[in-house]
Design a binder for this molecule. Structure first.
Ligand SMILES: [Zn+2]
Length: 155
């Protein structure tokens, strides 16, 4: 089983600061064996021990939700709602503009609608965008010059 990130952080801190299990356990007011079970993820770290670890070493040992940054996000939200709302809105704007780009890239199918006739030319209307074009013959227009739709002849 993979060790969760949280206990790795605690162990790394201990080793980095040349602390034995005994030293850290003493500071935390728990037994070495108990600390070992926490480091080896055999037991969940109780809330009060987590708080002591945070107070003594500045390490925020989380549960799973912390690993996703959800609690950080929530506290940010509580502290600075306006800033977060702005960020969310900016992200939504980016996503929307990307969606619109994709939509515009998807070629629509349309056809020409013959509307009127005058002086040897006919008026053709694009069934997609409604723009009109006067031509003697529209069949050479494979795509609408206004909206880019693929034109499937005249109907
Ligand atoms: Zn068109």
């Amino acid at each position: 089983m993979q060790k969760p990130e949280t206990t790795k952080i605690l162990q790394a801190y201990r080793i980095e600061h040349n602390m034995l299990l005994y030293d850290m356990a003493k500071e935390l007011n728990i037994s070495s064996a108990e600390l070992s079970t926490y480091e080896n993820e055999k037991k969940a770290i109780p809330y009060d021990v987590k708080n002591k670890i945070k107070a003594l070493y500045g390490i925020e040992l989380g549960n799973k939700t912390n690993e996703y940054g959800l609690e950080t996000m929530l506290s940010l939200f509580e502290e600075n709602q306006a800033g977060l709302i702005k960020q969310f809105k900016a992200a939504i704007q980016i996503i929307k503009s990307q969606e619109n780009k994709i939509k515009s890239l998807e070629r629509k199918n349309a056809h020409w609608i013959e509307k009127g006739y005058a002086c040897g030319e006919s008026e053709y209307e694009c069934s997609n965008c409604g723009e009109t074009e006067w031509r003697t013959n529209i069949s050479r227009f494979k795509y609408c010059p206004f909206c880019g739709a693929k034109m499937n002849g005249t109907k």
